[in-house]
Design a protein around this ligand. Sequence first.
Ligand code: PEP
Length: 255
Amino acid sequence: MSRILAGNWKMNLTIAEARTLLRAIGDAATSLTTVVFPAATAVAALAGERRPTDPRIGIQNCHAEPKGAFTGEISAEMAKDSGAEFALVGHSERRRLFCESDQIVQAKLRAVWRAGLRPVLCVGETLAERERRETRDVLERQLTRTLDGAQPRAPLWVAYEPVWAIGTGVVATADEVAEAHAWVLETLSRLRMGSAAGHPPVLYGGSVDPKNAPALAAIAEVDGFLVGGASLKAESFLAIGEALLKAEHRPSTVD
Ligand code: PEP
């Protein structure tokens, strides 16, 4: 599979704005695998209209239950029904602002698989945890708890997103990213996630922009990027994609 360029649009863009952005990205017809995560209100419209070169569509969040009395929530089945193919699970903003524990993330992962969507499981340490040198423990704990009982060959992408680098403009150094990705891969292999074809792709996310993307794209363990702020403009998102395409990269085998 080609390297991956994913954009998390968060709580931004009207349907009309989202449509314009999707088309501008699709017009570039990049050979990367591209996915965007619009607000839930835009998913059905974008999924229904997408052209073959447009990014694929994911949902940013879903509830663990398939249906019921959960006012304001959307199930994974509903996301699938609206045309989503992917789902972000365990994003640090969900963990931090909406109190999502590893247990909740695990339940949502199962829901996403149950509905036939591909999860992008986000993991990452806070600044305090990094300063206490707990990065490895945190990543191992998040992966072990959330993937407990998962089918080894279940469709899965993982995003390593250090919390201190998300939306802050502070980007992890190439060494920090390489080390964390290697540890995520080691942990996934210990958890037997993957198939004979290789391990699940591991994306890096956290203040990726056109300037820092070339150095990050050269890291062998980086299979792509999950981009927040810089994904809201076609120009910067596509420039990050260019960096992935141009980098001297020896890809590790991915599923
Ligand atoms: C994100 O929200 O997943 C993210 C990586 O955001 P940003 O690129 O803005 O740091």
